[in-house]
Design a binder for this molecule. Sequence first.
Ligand SMILES: *[C@@H]1O[C@H](CO)[C@@H](O)[C@H](O)[C@H]1NC(C)=O
Length: 246
Amino acid sequence: MRTQIFYSFLFIAFALVVGGSSDAAPKNDLEEHVLTLLSKWRQGALETSLFTLPSIKTISIPPISVKYNDNGINIDLSAQDISLNGLDSFVVESLNVLETPDYLDVSIGFKAAKLTLFAESYKLSGRAFLLITLRGNGAATIDVLDGALQLNIRVANVNGESTAVGDVTLSYTIGQVKANLEKSTLLINDILSKQGPGLLEGLQGDLVNSLKEWAVPLADKYLAKVTLNEMSDIIADLAVNSTVIV
Ligand SMILES: *[C@@H]1O[C@H](CO)[C@@H](O)[C@H](O)[C@H]1NC(C)=O
């Protein structure tokens, strides 16, 4: 009896762990192929007959410079030699692909339990509640917990001859931030951890725009060679025949 209870607990614990980190179930072939592509990408760089996607295990981020002034906190923060780790642990929480004669709509909800931003060098100056001076420089580690990202893309038919990105929206939310800035005055880590989600969500407009400026022309270059009719076959081909380079 006791053993049985023990095994029941074990099973429930296992189900929670697995269930908590598994992807959304695909509802049709097209969604299954999109999911296959994403889960292959999670494993390393992805080489397809059309393009190569870089690995997302570690991503280098260009230097940042942020001014934050809210809730009585005034911060000037700059950082360089930044890398982002943990993106490859994403889970596809929701997936909807809709195909019509005029467009293909893909909407994906991603979740990541923990992303880590590491900067070799940061510099911070500021003031809290008018009185407290904030200052620091050195290396910084910032853990971003419970991030969620929603991506919606419409690929539109262009005269039956090609396709193009019609519309993209991208938005994210962040559950919690844990900052560890070395050589900083007292309170900075506390303040940044507290203001972190707001601060990072405040960067949303800039981040999303620079991502769009980079990704949409790139996608359009490939889409110019593909008609909407061919799209689902191509996605199937990419999913099945792409290879992961670890
Ligand atoms: C994968 O590639 C082979 C060889 O080019 C091709 O015959 C097959 O149709 C492809 N698979 C899919 C699902 O497109």
